[in-house]
Design a protein around this ligand. Sequence first.
Ligand code: FES
Length: 137
Amino acid sequence: MTINNSEDVETDAPALAPVELLVCSTCRMGEVAEPDVPRPGALLHAGLANVDLPDSITVRAVACLSNCSQGCTIAVRSEGRWTYIYGNIDPVTQLETVVEGVTKYASTTDGLVPWRERPEHFRKNCIARIPPIEVMS
Ligand code: FES
């Protein structure tokens, strides 16, 4: 670590990798899809596009994460980090839960947030976790 004489502090620590928050915009939460009525997944995506997330997190809509019976569903991934998929997310009442959990994820180097620090909903509704990619050449 290098410390300047100014109030700024420079470090040699690498910047944390950007994070992608994938939101299934087609989740129905058991409801029958009706024309002109937004699906719960679309509501979740719209809600997360308008919350205060760290700049390193990009929210992207995807069509189906193959967790349809336990939607709404999100996935959070990043280079060098574990990928997590979470389900049963209420698009109205759990926006802050998602913000908290994904912000904690983005603050790690490996995606592993200590168990007790994860939002309760994330602890109880983790559908899958996938290790970081390691491609052999
Ligand atoms: S429609 Fe959302 S996981 Fe399949």
